[in-house]
Design a binder for this molecule. Structure first.
Ligand code: BG6
Length: 512
């Protein structure tokens, strides 16, 4: 019988008083994730008593209508089936405490007048919120730089009298190395690095945060965590969904830009980084940067050899027919945008020299699974040969990020009977068996951390650039039409050719 540990929902202290200024208030992200996250934070008593939300948007809508829209969306989410739940049952008081604090400033982000309006609005709120302001850019990426510049010109980033000003910038942060550097430059002209919170929502996932806890909070695993004991590592982010309603957005970046320099690089760096000297934001981010800088640079020709891309064609996923990517709405019918990408990386440092890392991500795949699978080396000597044992059971340590959040370790055990036969068995830990947590959007801790000024779970300028630097040769090679572009059936395990990335090293992907 497992002892259940109950997480105290209100164990955290309320964040400091502040105003959140959300650009793009009428957008999908705010409806689906941010407002539900504020609601959860209110339920967990993590929001400050003096708190306001000022939404900025273009829609000709009254603040009452906006509140009404959010309320309806929230009620829909609270009624969702248990497995899709991001919210607990509707709690009127908690919701009222959020929605009544919402004000609306209408205008286009290019219009200097809205920044003047904001200036006045923030001044009015100052006696209550202490003048602390968290800007949140929940807008399309082409608006990031113009908004930051206007905030700067209007003097809204200026701190004083003990009050802070911070900014959260959503992904994608740039579309390649050059544009990411340019956006960093613009942002750093207006805000200091410690005021900037570059969002990667994977860092809000408990299982992602647990990677460092698992590695550095246990004496058992770290001595094995190196080239002496590890054969190779596979990182998979497989989704069953296609592009759904996001065709217009997705057809520009594709799978590589959308997932690899950010989400997959976060998983990769957390598994491979050296122990930080503390859990402080800079200590952790220094170590992430260090390992990303040690990844062997790919040349454009390596990009052809060590990376594979593909696009889904029609098929069946989970028993449901899915049309091909090119038939999705707002996708170019001749699109060459990849919906699947796989690559092989090596790290040139003492811990990892010679250990290959295989990364893959795709949409419309057979199974939804995000996992980090660590394959340990085999025994040095096959002492069982001669008995009925042909091969030892591979030792896999699998960090299952989602779904079925947990960790498992596979090893060989002697099956019962007079013959010596090894069978694969597993020891497993599932989050749900030990921890009782409230449903959440994954944004709660990130918003809360930004209000507290803790940037540990956010990307620093150099981390972002290191991620882009790694994939830039692939972007260049693929833009030149180098490397085969082929399709895979929706509902399959992705491009068959991705097998060769491992097969030529004598390895194979784990089944998904
Ligand atoms: C987003 C990508 O950043 O992450 C999406 O833009 C992707 O394409 C999503 O589907 C995956 O996130 P999650 O939390 O659903 O695994």
């Amino acid at each position: 019988m497992i002892d259940r540990l109950k997480i105290e929902e209100n164990a955290a202290k309320p964040a400091p008083s502040c105003t959140l200024v959300i650009f793009g208030i009428t957008g999908d992200l705010v409806h689906r994730l941010l407002m539900p996250a504020f609601y959860n934070l209110a339920r967990w008593k993590c929001l400050p008593a003096d708190f306001a939300i000022v939404g900025v948007g273009r829609s000709e809508i009254s603040v009452e209508q906006l509140r009404n829209d959010f309320s309806q969306a929230l009620q829909r989410y609270t009624a969702a089936k248990a497995e899709e739940a991001r919210l607990d049952a509707f709690d009127q008081n908690a919701w009222e405490s959020v929605i009544h604090r919402l004000a609306y400033v209408r205008g286009h982000v290019d219009d200097p007048a809205i920044y003047q309006n904001l200036f006045q609005c923030l001044n009015k709120l100052k006696p209550d919120t202490g003048g602390n302001v968290l800007f949140y850019l929940a807008v399309a990426p082409q608006f990031f730089a113009p908004i930051v510049q206007r905030i700067g010109e209007a003097g809204l980033a200026r701190e004083g009298e003990g009050a802070w000003r911070r900014i959260v910038i959503e992904k994608p942060f740039g579309r390649d190395l050059v544009s990411a550097k340019a956006l960093n430059r613009t942002t750093l002209q207006v805000f200091r690095e410690d005021q900037i919170f570059r969002m990667d929502h994977f860092l809000g996932k408990e299982t992602v945060q647990n990677i460092l806890a698992f590695r550095f909070g246990n004496g058992l695993f770290e001595p094995l965590w190196n080239r002496d004991r590890i054969d190779h590592v596979q990182i998979t982010v497989a989704e069953t969904v296609g592009v759904e309603r996001r065709g217009a957005f997705y057809d520009v970046p594709g799978a590589l830009r959308d997932m690899v320099p950010n989400h997959l690089m976060q998983l990769f760096s957390m598994v491979t980084m050296e122990p930080p000297i503390s859990f402080g934001a800079d200590a952790v981010r220094d170590k992430k940067r260090e390992v990303l800088m040690a990844v062997r640079s790919l040349s454009e020709s390596d990009a052809v050899e060590y990376a594979v891309r593909g696009q889904y064609e029609g098929g069946t996923v989970g028993g449901r027919a899915m049309r091909s990517y090119r038939e999705e709405s707002n996708v170019d019918p001749a699109s060459r945008t990849e919906t699947y990408a796989a690559l092989r990386l090596e790290i040139d440092n003492w811990r990892w020299a010679g250990v290959p890392f295989y990364l893959r991500t795709g949409k419309a795949m057979r199974t939804r699974s995000t996992e980090i699978a660590i394959r340990f080396k085999e025994t040095p000597l096959a002492i069982f040969f001669g008995a009925a044992v042909k091969q030892c059971v591979p030792n896999w340590l699998v960090l299952q990020i989602q779904p079925n959040e947990g960790i498992s370790l596979q090893f060989g055990a002697k099956g019962p009977g007079p013959d010596l036969k090894l069978s694969a068995v597993k020891m497993g830990f599932l989050y749900k068996d030990y921890f009782s947590t409230s449903p959440s959007t994954g944004y709660e801790t990130l918003i809360y951390d930004a209000m507290l000024g803790d940037a540990t779970q956010f990307q620093r300028a150099d981390n972002i650039e290191a991620g882009w630097r790694l994939i830039q040769p692939l972007l260049d090679a693929w833009a030149d039409g180098q490397s085969i572009f082929a399709s895979y059936p929706a509902g399959s395990a992705g491009r068959r050719e991705a097998e060769s990335l491992l097969a030529r090293d004598g390895r194979a992907w784990r089944p998904t």
